[in-house]
Design a protein around this ligand. Structure first.
Ligand code: MN
Ligand code: MN
Length: 316
């Protein structure tokens, strides 16, 4: 029998009972002894329209209660392979963005120092900036798979350099991301200027709009992404507003004509084989998630991210 942590089963405690940790895993303080962890960042002071993502981590945990350990589609057996726990939330300063960014970076420094791969429950999309700053100290510049309706490469928002629409501009400026190993998938909607999506291309990255994804399986695209990423470290950042609002309405800046739930799964599952060093799922806003479907989808995507981490065994 395995000595790895296991999610609490539905025959040990009803799925609607017990503490609401991610997948009903054990909770622990800090990442010591873990191969991977789920960690929340209850952040929404970076949002530009509807807020509420501060409640994202808590709601994703609540809606993760149904997820069972084995991945029936892919054969992944993450809890036979890795030591995983829920290490709780990063204690951000909700009154001070600069201080919050510093707190997050320090927190991830400590997680990475334990050799633990973080799977982050957001929180608004400002949060990859401090995470990538921590990542660079350990891994150097990473490849980035950025799934989103938006490019999030604004120069400023209302004059501020740090907000949920700027993190990847800052990350590229600071050399946290290798621009040749950057891809943005799902971009769409209206812009401030006709060339809004061109800046990343000018840096050497690839942009795949939502329209290029319509009516298609994304498995062939992900084969190209694996080629682009190679063997180097890769970070996956998944903004839930990449999905169509029909599937994920509970988010702050919805755009019509988005990806469907299966296409999102194809993207995450298509990361199998990459040297993933961290993942996040951001922009779930429970106050706008009247059915809970957005948080359920987010919880499953985070589980699927765990399933494609290096070292996960698959059914033979
Ligand atoms: Mn975003
Ligand atoms: Mn977005």
């Amino acid at each position: 029998m395995t000595s790895f942590n296991q999610p609490l089963g539905g025959n040990q405690m009803p799925r609607f009972g017990g503490p609401a940790t991610m997948m009903r895993l054990p909770a622990q303080q800090g990442a010591k002894g873990l191969d991977a962890c789920f960690v929340g960042i209850p952040l929404d002071i970076g949002t530009s329209n509807r807020s509420g993502t501060r409640f994202g981590p808590r709601q994703i945990r609540a809606e993760s209660a149904m997820i069972r350990p084995f991945n029936m589609a892919t054969g992944a057996m993450p809890f036979e392979s890795l030591q995983v726990a829920d290490i709780g939330d990063v204690p951000i300063n909700t009154f001070n963005m600069d201080e919050t960014i510093r707190i997050i970076e320090e927190y991830y420094d400590a997680v990475l120092a334990e050799g633990c791969t973080p799977l982050t429950l957001g929180g608004d999309h400002t949060l990859p900036l401090p995470i990538l700053r921590a990542m660079k100290k350990v891994h150097g510049p990473v490849g980035l798979i950025h799934v989103d309706a938006h490019a999030d490469v604004n120069e400023h928002m209302f004059g501020e350099p740090i907000a949920h629409g700027t993190p990847f501009r800052r990350a590229l400026e600071e050399g946290l991301v290798d621009p040749k190993r950057l891809i943005q998938i799902g971009l769409r909607g209206s812009g401030y200027a006709p060339d809004d999506f061109d800046w990343v291309r000018q840096q050497g990255g690839r942009v795949v709009t939502a329209e290029e994804c319509w009516y298609r399986s994304l498995a062939p695209l992900m084969a190209e992404v694996r080629e682009q990423m190679g063997d180097g470290p890769v970070y996956l950042t998944f903004d839930i507003d990449s999905l169509d609002p029909a599937f994920a309405p509970g988010t702050g800046t919805p755009e019509i004509g988005g990806l469907n739930t299966a296409q999102g799964l194809e993207i995450v599952r298509g990361c199998r084989g990459l040297n993933l060093v961290g993942c996040d799922l951001v922009e779930v806003s429970p106050p706008y998630d009247t059915t809970g479907n957005t948080a359920i989808t987010a919880a499953y995507y985070l589980y699927e991210m765990l399933c494609v981490l290096p070292g996960v065994k698959y059914r033979g």
